[in-house]
Design a protein around this ligand. Structure first.
Ligand code: GN1
Ligand code: MG
Length: 376
């Protein structure tokens, strides 16, 4: 997406129903897909902000359907948070456009939305402690649980087949065959590694797991932590909230919150799945979901991390081969580096597969034993 000049951003921000005077607009956040800006405002001496986002319409083909989902989901979550301390900061609040609705379309076709900015929060691109893994997983687990009674109709599929790992593999194979930029020779080892793991594509898809309303993008940095208390406050990035498998969400948490290295770390010696973080994450997830997961889901917990990390590796390498057309990149080879990190993480999970399976069973058995349930 082309860079939008500040004057245009200010004009676009004014197309939403702001309740204060705009004083500055600045770039915000580290998402790979949309472009985000903080709009600083002042009204009678007090400062407040909004978050303006340009929706990437190459990724989200139907932004109106996307915003309809977000309107329904945020309303549902606000109703659940009502009465909790700091309720307004616990759920994203979309702002209505002047022409009505939650979406503003510019004459050039670009699509924009706005949220109230949630002040005094921190996000983490890398996990720093077991407590962070535990509390983030609790927040995402609770998010799934709170959306389990969202009324019909089902949410729109904002990106069809988003976590269909087999389709992701087929798309990757096409990218390898087409090799439009002659990059395949430079990553032959990575290609071979991924092709060899085709069996992972069926591990969750063929397990007969129930469809649920899921977040589908549960990276650690999609949780806002309250800066003062350090506790998770709000789950953000609602673009892919739609039907899916609960374990896709667990898988992306394992991918991003059990390894302290960044997603694009080039020093692969730093990349490893750490069992103490995995344990903490499972404990938080078990607690957040309560008694909501079925026996079949509990039996497949240990596969969530490897499957989603594999899927992500396929996606990064496919984008590298296609010329970096999907994810934003900051350096040459960025998607290849991201893929290598995922591969190293898969190797680490494969080495610790038995321990992951045993821990998953143990943590969920402990969380739901009659003794623990009685204490709750
Ligand atoms: C994208 O929007 P962002 O940066 O939170 C992507 C996710 C990937 C992630 C990898 C809509 O998430 O699926 O897991 O990058 N979102 C979309 O970092 O494709
Ligand atoms: Mg996203």
């Amino acid at each position: 997406m082309a860079v939008t000049p500040v004057a245009a951003l200010e004009r676009i921000a004014s197309r939403f129903q702001l309740d204060c005077v705009m004083v500055a607009v600045e770039a915000h956040g580290s998402g790979h897909i949309n472009s985000s800006y903080r709009v600083r405002c002042r009204s009678t001496g007090a400062e407040s902000s909004y978050l303006l986002q340009r929706i990437n319409t190459a990724v989200f083909a139907d932004p109106a359907a996307l915003m309809e989902n977000i309107g329904r989901v945020s309303q549902h979550l606000h109703a659940k948070a009502a009465g909790e301390p700091d309720a307004e900061r616990r759920v994203l609040t979309p702002v209505t456009a002047r022409e009505g609705g939650l979406l503003h379309r510019e004459a050039d076709g670009s699509c924009w939305r706005m949220y109230r900015f949630i002040e005094r929060t921190t996000t983490y691109d890398r996990v720093e402690s077991a407590e962070q893994a535990r509390t983030a997983a609790h927040a995402f687990g609770r998010f799934q649980q709170q959306l389990s009674d969202l009324s019909a109709p089902s949410l729109h599929e904002t990106i069809p087949h988003f976590h269909d790992t087999l389709r992701r593999l087929r798309a990757f194979q096409h990218a390898v065959e087409a090799d439009v930029l002659n990059r395949a020779a430079g990553c032959a080892r990575e290609i071979a590694f991924l092709l060899k793991r085709e069996p992972l594509t069926g591990a969750l898809l063929r397990a007969g797991l129930p469809e649920r309303v899921c977040h589908n993008d549960t990276k650690l940095n999609n949780v806002l932590f309250d800066t003062a208390s350090g506790a998770p406050l709000c789950v953000v990035d609602l673009d892919t909230v739609m039907p899916g498998l609960a374990l896709y969400d667990l898988g992306d948490m394992v991918r991003t919150a059990t390894c302290p290295a960044a997603e694009d770390e080039e020093d692969l010696s730093l990349v490893a799945m750490q069992l103490p973080l995995y344990r903490a994450l499972l404990e938080g997830y078990a607690d957040g979901t309560g008694d909501f997961l079925t026996q079949a889901e509990r039996e497949h917990l240990h596969l969530a991390g490897p499957v989603i990390t594999y899927e992500q590796a396929l996606r990064f390498l496919a984008d590298h081969l296609q010329g970096d057309v999907y994810y934003k990149t900051a350096r040459s080879g960025h998607n290849l580096h991201r893929c290598r990190t995922q591969i190293r993480l898969i190797e680490s999970m494969e080495r610790q597969g038995e321990q992951m399976q045993a821990l998953s069973a143990q943590v969920f058995a402990e969380a739901h034993s009659p003794e623990v349930t009685a204490r709750c």
